[in-house]
Design a protein around this ligand. Structure first.
Ligand code: NAD
Length: 234
C-alpha cells in the first residue's frame, strides 16, 4: 500500500462507525454477535422503554459499559490519536457511543449519537459518569431518573452537534471514513457534504458499501491494519 503523507492537508476529518470498534471487541450492529440479537430495542433502547422501566434500561446500559471497559483501543485508534497530537487540524466525527477514540487519547471528537459515559436530566442537563456502574440512577439536583445521553431509536439528533459536524465536513480537504455502512442519517448526508467539496476521500472497510464508488480510494481492509500502514504525518 502506498503511504499517504497527510501533513499538507489543511483540515482532516476521520469519520468513524461501529466497524472502527470491531477489532477492539465491540460488535457492530449488522455483524455477528450484535447486541440486538439478544435484546429487544423496544425494551431497552428507546424513550418509551425508559419511561416504562427506567431501572431496566439503565441496567442494560451498565452492562454495555462493562463490556466496553473490557475492550481496549487498537492500533488504528492509536494512529488517529498520535496524528491528532502532532497536527492541529484533525477532528474525529464518530457515530460510536463507546468513547474508544477518547480512551486512545483523542480530544477533538464529535459524537453524533452521544456517549455511554454521560447521563442527562431533562431539567439540569448533561453530566459525565465514567464508572462501570452509574454513581446514581438519579439527577443529583432534582432526583429525577437520569437518562443515558445517547441517541436512541426514535430520538432526534442534537442539532448543535450536527451543525458542528457539518462545518467540519465543509471545511475538510481530507476525509477518511472508517467502518461505517453510512446508510443511516446523518452519516450518509455528512459524507455527501464532504464529497461535494472536492476533498481527497478514502474509505476503509473490509466490505464494499453502497457508497464505496463515491470515494476516490476505497480500501478493503481492517481499520487496525490499514491505518498504520497507510498514513504518514511526521
Ligand atoms: P454498521 O454496523 O452499519 O456498519 C459497520 C461497518 O463496519 C460495516 O460496513 C462493516 O463492513 C465495517 N467493518 C467491520 N469490521 C471492520 C473493521 N475491522 N475495520 C473497518 N471496518 C469494519 O455500523 P454504522 O455504520 O456505524 O451504523 C450503525 C449505527 O450503530 C451507528 O449509529 C453506530 O453508532 C451504532 N453502533 C455503535 C457501536 C459502538 O459505539 N461501538 C456499536 C454498534 C453500533
Amino acid at each position: 500500500m502506498q503511504r499517504l503523507d497527510i501533513k499538507t492537508f489543511k483540515s482532516i476529518v476521520f469519520f468513524t462507525g461501529a466497524g472502527m470498534s470491531a477489532e477492539s471487541g465491540i460488535p457492530t450492529y449488522r455483524g455477528q454477535g450484535g447486541i440486538w440479537h439478544e435484546y429487544k430495542i423496544e425494551e431497552v433502547a428507546c424513550q418509551e422503554a425508559f419511561e416504562r422501566d427506567p431501572l431496566r434500561v439503565l441496567q442494560f446500559h451498565e452492562l454495555r459499559r462493562q463490556k466496553v471497559l473490557e475492550c481496549r483501543p487498537h492500533a488504528g485508534h492509536r494512529v488517529i490519536s498520535d496524528i491528532e497530537k502532532e497536527l492541529d487540524n484533525v477532528v474525529v466525527v464518530t457515530q460510536n457511543i463507546d468513547g474508544m477514540h477518547q480512551f486512545a487519547g483523542c480530544k477533538n471528537v464529535i459524537e453524533l449519537h452521544g456517549s455511554l459515559w454521560r447521563l442527562r436530566c431533562p431539567v439540569h442537563g448533561v453530566w459525565e459518569d465514567k464508572g462501570e456502574k452509574y454513581t446514581s440512577y438519579h439527577c443529583p439536583h432534582c432526583d429525577r431518573w437520569a437518562r443515558p445521553d445517547i441517541t436512541w431509536f426514535g430520538d432526534l439528533l442534537d442539532n448543535q452537534v450536527i451543525v458542528q459536524a457539518e462545518e467540519m465536513m465543509v471545511r475538510a480537504d481530507l476525509l477518511i471514513t472508517i467502518g461505517t455502512s453510512a446508510v443511516v442519517w446523518p452519516a450518509a448526508g455528512l459524507v455527501q457534504v464532504a464529497l461535494q467539496n472536492r476533498v481527497l476521500s478514502i474509505e476503509i472497510n473490509p466490505k464494499a458499501t453502497s457508497v464505496s464508488h463515491l470515494y476516490e480510494q476505497s480500501i478493503r481492509g481492517q481499520a487496525g491494519q490499514v491505518l498504520p500502514e497507510l498514513l504518514s504525518w511526521k
